[in-house]
Design a protein around this ligand. Structure first.
Ligand SMILES: [Zn+2]
Ligand SMILES: [Zn+2]
Length: 93
């Protein structure tokens, strides 16, 4: 059974795998397709940054571009990725 879904933004009909999972939505899928979700997310995050907030919408920690919660998350993520702290195997770019 393949549930097809039309994205209201790009009007493309895609299978469920073309949409992010979104448990609070009926059907368990995001309203927009993955491509559009990413684009919209970028726009929302950029506008939050411009208005002096963290990308997630919370208040920033003074001196940082992120909120307390996002900073803690980034710190946890960096610890689990050795290449971030100057180890070998750092991806190009
Ligand atoms: Zn779309
Ligand atoms: Zn945040």
């Amino acid at each position: 059974m393949t549930a097809l879904r039309t994205c209201p933004r790009c009007k493309e009909t895609k299978p469920a795998s073309g949409f992010y999972r979104h448990l609070v939505r009926p059907g368990g899928l995001s309203h927009y397709c993955r491509v559009c979700s990413r684009l919209l997310d970028r726009v929302v995050r950029a506008s939050r940054r411009e208005s002096g907030l963290c990308a997630c919408g919370n208040e920033r920690v003074p001196g940082y571009l992120s909120c307390r919660r996002c900073l803690a998350r980034v710190r946890r993520a960096t610890r689990s990725r050795p290449w971030k702290v100057g180890g070998p195997g750092r991806p190009p770019g």
